[in-house]
Design a protein around this ligand. Structure first.
Ligand SMILES: NC(=O)c1ccc[n+]([C@@H]2O[C@H](COP(=O)([O-])OP(=O)(O)OC[C@H]3O[C@@H](n4cnc5c(N)ncnc54)[C@H](O)[C@@H]3O)[C@@H](O)[C@H]2O)c1
Ligand SMILES: [Zn+2]
Length: 366
């Protein structure tokens, strides 16, 4: 088992462990001091419940209420949070209760938000069950929901008491969801660590062994940990984690009204290609870097092009709704090399248009 310690701003009582291993659901009571809590409630992804809830209940080893919710990005809203708060009231949660969020990034973000706002905040543990949430969403303490058509626009920074990553749960994850997680892993390599990128590119064919998965998740979480420890509230460096996301979020939103909605990781995959191309237009990286990114994404069967039409007006509207913008000006997190990123970049409309054309171009999609 691997263990990482996240130590935000080096304030001792805000440090929390991230446990990564196989068979960890059985050991929850050993990894978290559950005795100090008056009651425990598990917010469970409905697709995870039939496979894994029994194991988790055994691992908790004492009575715990399980509430399950239908997931999906369209459920990550205030209506579902209200339903969660109602259940908290019915279950008579108090400030000494513990909430365990057991599911993908949607459950983690939404359950974390519900817990951190209920009674001004009750403790919560994240047990992410998708690759994407294991390498990304569960680290860093961002919790929140979508509002209107804008993703993650309501939320807060709230750290869990622990994160428990059991790679066994990935056994039941659909292949498309699994591949989508590699987009964030590849992102970590490109923005921060060229050696890590090299390692990812040399991984054996899928499916990866539990040992390889533990190593990849550990290294990815460690990159994210290092970045957020330096900048918890995203006033500077943390913004580099948004590489691919400005474009990606806009594409993700547009895709919801088409016949082929994109998963978050898929949208980020195409978004990274577009933003790498913008980086090239600004002279930050050579064309080779864009090609290296595309090749790496293809190794993991991730999309590099967006086939549906892009309605420019709606697209620009979405880009401008990005939280990182200042005074209506789009602030990009771009590549400045392989393993290096730069935040708060400005790009002219020409560079953005060129990127849109690039990701729509069939010819480039070899
Ligand atoms: N807080 C952050 O820092 C952060 C970072 C990245 C992404 N996110 C958020 O995370 C969300 C995406 O997370 P996601 O990709 O995990 O999506 P998700 O939570 O919707 O899960 C994807 C699908 O897999 C199912 N599922 C989950 N675990 C399973 C398992 N073990 N076996 C079978 N099915 C399983 C879910 O029911 C769902 O249908 C987005 O809302 C995104 O905004 C947050
Ligand atoms: Zn993401």
């Amino acid at each position: 088992m691997e263990k990482l310690e996240v130590n935000i701003e080096t304030v001792e009582d805000r440090a929390y462990p991230i446990w990564i291993g196989s068979g960890l659901l059985d050991q929850v009571a050993e990894l978290v001091n559950l005795d100090k809590y008056s009651s425990i409630v598990v917010i469970c992804d409905e697709k995870v419940r039939p496979h894994w809830a029994e194991k988790l209940e055994k691992g908790i080893g004492r009575a715990a209420a399980i509430i399950d919710f239908q997931t999906g990005e369209d459920r990550k809203n205030i209506t579902t949070v209200e339903a969660i708060w109602h259940r908290f009231m019915e279950l008579k949660l108090d400030r000494k209760s513990l909430v365990i969020n057991f599911g993908g990034g949607v459950i983690g973000d939404m359950g974390g938000f519900a817990a951190s706002t209920f009674m001004r905040g009750v403790d919560f543990v994240q047990i992410p069950t998708t690759l994407l949430s294991q390498v990304d969403a569960s680290v860093g303490g961002k919790v929140g929901i979508n509002f209107g058509e804008t993703k993650n626009i309501i939320g807060s920074f709230s750290q869990p008491v622990a994160v428990i990553i059991d790679v066994d749960t990935l056994q039941t994850l659909p292949g498309r969801e699994y591949r989508s997680g590699f987009a964030e892993i590849i992102k970590h390599g490109f923005i921060y660590d060229a050696d890590y990128l090299q390692y990812i590119r040399s991984l054996p064919d899928q499916p990866l062994s539990a040992e390889d998965l533990i190593k990849v998740i550990h290294l990815s979480c460690d990159i994210k940990r290092r970045v957020i420890e330096m900048d918890e509230k995203e006033s500077g460096l943390r913004k580099i984690l948004n590489f691919g996301h400005t474009f990606g979020h806009a594409l993700e939103a547009l895709s919801f009204s088409t016949e082929a909605p994109l998963l978050h990781g898929e949208a980020v995959s195409i978004g990274m290609v577009a933003e790498a191309r913008i980086s090239q237009s600004l002279g930050l990286v050579p064309e080779d870097t864009v090609h290296l990114l595309e090749h790496t994404l293809k190794i993991f069967e991730l999309p590099t092009r967006y086939r549906a039409d892009i309605d420019r007006e709606r697209f620009y509207e979405k880009l401008k709704a990005d939280k990182k913008n200042v005074n209506d000006e789009i602030r990009w997190s771009l590549l400045a090399g392989v393993g290096l990123a730069q935040h708060d970049c400005l790009a002219g409309q020409e560079a953005v248009e060129d990127a849109i054309n690039y990701i729509q171009h069939e010819k480039n999609d070899s």
